[in-house]
Design a binder for this molecule. Structure first.
Ligand code: SAT
Ligand code: MN
Length: 590
């Protein structure tokens, strides 16, 4: 019955030559057994280990320590392999598919000798949803299997959904020997195939995440008329009317995306519900509105900086342990309590800590306790603010899309685009500062369109055109807003308090969506009037407000140069509309 899947698995097993093949069932018993195998591996091997943590502190939680060279995504080793180079675009590393396959196949040849090959049937999205997609991942890592349980809907029942068809996305993964010289993450969008070798890290190894749900899915969305985006999904309920408005939000990393998805509103009368913190699949519904689902079923978030202050809902999520285990990867360990610790978790640094590599830590070393990219992997169903619409097969109707970046100048606190097309122009030229490193050094602005630069599985010029086309099919397009929580004053201090106060901006957007307040027109978009932004309890004078919403011609001159340089690499493939927007802006501002 499941011929196509079995045949593919057999072929991969013939290549990688495992000792055993194990088909993942998806039962709780099974997870427990796999975790136990992982715990015993800790004693025998250096990698892929689980250590049981104190369930009193973080219920049902385990610590995993990775190889020290395998702690993040490796963009330079990530390829999009299309027959023609131009189809991958200047935004991707490219290799010819046959050549790429031949090269990685050598690395897969015999790589699972002495190991078990796990077959994980899984679904991105609720299996009931017409927008969900079935997949098979093969891996030789128990850490990856358990992570996929948490992050996706995994188990044998997905095989029935696939039936005898060959209609599933294929992911072949091996941790290989973890040598960065033999590490490749290869995407074959035309075949719906990912081959990843040499890394056990989330974005490289949980192939349902960035590899499939963004790179392959964005390609499929381009073919099929939908969008796969690097976005949070959140609902804001007005307690008085009981109505909920749904937002999407795209931000490059380190801009507080996960915190926003779980924001605790500073204004009375509203409840925020969470639907997703990383990826959204967006379709045009039968009524001509945009509908979004979260293809994932868990959160893979950065641990450092997460605390009861910055994200109390996430802390509750991590402590819940209700559904599935919770994994901590590369955090430190408080040996007195046998619980994870990371910078920012508590003000008081526990007296006895092991660092993320398991070595005793002392403050004098000047080293970090947790790796800056240490992570938690936790089921979305443990989140107390999870929306009751989370599993709605149709998704939720979207009223507004937010785009954001980290900019110390130029970009105002919030700005509404004139319409969908103008919003696409602004999102396609979105910039964000790389973190401000040494003293005095200003962050470098990197263009990161729609926060998708590392995740778009095809030429971004075509992607911009696709965004324009999707808008053309909408009867009721969402409003598009641009936010920048990170503007700084001359002393280099953040002007806007951020965190919970960001809800004030959300409230302004809600009023704009409802059409209850006017906005001020500027060359770059629509901005709030002082009287319409609820600033009660904040010390924001009219002067400060004006600074937050300033459109400075010198700054914008530089911005336009940056946009033109970025657009230049797409040549004639870039939609002309985009250059027309730049030209218009130039005339108005400079
Ligand atoms: O790529 S991951 O999803 O693992 C984390 C990230 O956003 O960089
Ligand atoms: Mn992400």
């Amino acid at each position: 019955m499941i011929r196509a899947v079995e045949q593919w698995v057999e072929e991969q097993a013939a290549l990688s030559k495992p000792d055993k093949i194990y088909w993942v069932q998806g039962t709780e018993d099974e997870i427990r057994r796999l975790i136990e195998i992982g715990i015993s591996e800790e004693k025998t091997g250096p990698h892929q280990t689980f250590r049981e943590l104190n369930h009193q502190v973080f219920a049902h939680s385990y610590l995993h320590r990775s190889h020290p060279n395998d702690v993040a995504r490796t963009e330079q080793l990530t390829f999009v392999c299309t027959p023609k180079k131009e189809d991958a675009g200047p935004n991707n590393n490219w290799m010819e598919p046959k050549e790429a396959k031949a090269m990685v196949s050598k690395l897969f040849d015999g790589c699972m000798r002495g190991r078990t090959l796990y077959v994980i049937p899984y679904m991105m999205g609720n299996p009931e949803s017409p927008y969900a997609k079935p997949c098979i991942q093969i891996t030789d890592s128990i850490y990856v299997v358990v992570s996929m349980y948490i992050m996706t809907r995994a188990g044998r029942k997905i095989l029935e959904r696939i039936g005898s068809s060959g209609n599933f996305v294929k992911g072949l993964h091996s941790i290989g020997d973890l040598d960065p010289n033999r590490r490749y993450i290869m995407h074959f969008p035309q075949e719906g195939l990912v081959m990843s070798v040499g890394s056990g890290y989330g974005g490289n190894a949980l192939l349902g995440k960035k590899c499939f749900s963004l790179r392959i899915a964005s390609y499929q969305g381009h073919q099929e008329g939908w969008l796969a985006e690097h976005m949070i999904i959140m609902g804001v309920e007005d307690k008085k009317t009981g109505e909920t408005m749904y937002f999407l939000g795209a931000f490059p990393s380190a801009c507080g995306k996960t915190n926003l998805a779980m924001i605790d509103p500073i204004l009375e009368g509203y409840t925020v519900t969470t639907l997703g913190d990383d990826i959204a699949w967006i379709n045009v519904g039968p009524d001509g509105r945009l509908y979004a689902i979260n293809p994932e079923a868990g959160f893979f978030g950065v641990a450092p900086g997460t605390s009861d202050e910055t994200n109390p809902q996430m802390m509750k999520t991590l402590k819940s342990g209700r559904v599935y285990p919770t994994l901590f990867t590369n955090t430190g360990l408080d040996t007195d309590t046998n619980s994870p610790w990371w910078e920012g978790l508590t003000d008081r640094v526990p007296p006895h800590l092991l660092d993320w590599q398991g070595n005793p830590w002392n403050a004098a070393s000047g080293k970090v306790v947790a790796h800056p990219n240490s992570r938690f992997t936790v089921s979305a169903y443990n989140c107390p603010t999870l929306s009751k619409e989370f599993d709605n097969p149709k998704g939720v109707p979207i009223s507004a899309i937010l785009f954001g970046g980290r900019r110390s100048d130029t970009v105002p606190l919030v700005c509404e685009s004139f319409d969908w097309r103008h919003g696409v122009f602004k999102a396609s030229s979105l910039g964000s500062e790389t973190t401000t490193a040494a003293a005095g050094q200003v962050g470098v602005v990197r263009r990161d369109p729609m926060a998708m630069l590392p995740f778009c599985g095809y030429n971004m010029a075509d992607y911009f055109r696709h965004w324009m086309n999707v808008g053309g099919r909408l009867k009721n397009p969402p409003k598009i807003f641009f936010v920048n929580w990170f503007k700084k004053d001359v002393q280099g201090k953040f002007i806007w308090p951020g965190f919970r106060d960001n809800f004030r901006i959300i409230k302004w957007m809600m009023d704009r969506v409802k059409g209850t307040i006017p906005a001020r027109e500027t060359p770059i978009g629509l901005m709030p009037n002082y009287a319409d932004l609820n600033l009660t309890g904040l010390d924001i004078s009219k002067e400060t407000f004006d600074k937050l919403f300033e459109v400075n011609p010198d700054e914008w001159k530089k911005e336009i140069e940056g946009i033109e340089a970025f657009y230049g690499q797409f040549g004639a493939r870039l939609p002309q509309q985009l250059t027309r927007y730049v030209d218009k802006l130039k005339k108005q501002i400079i």
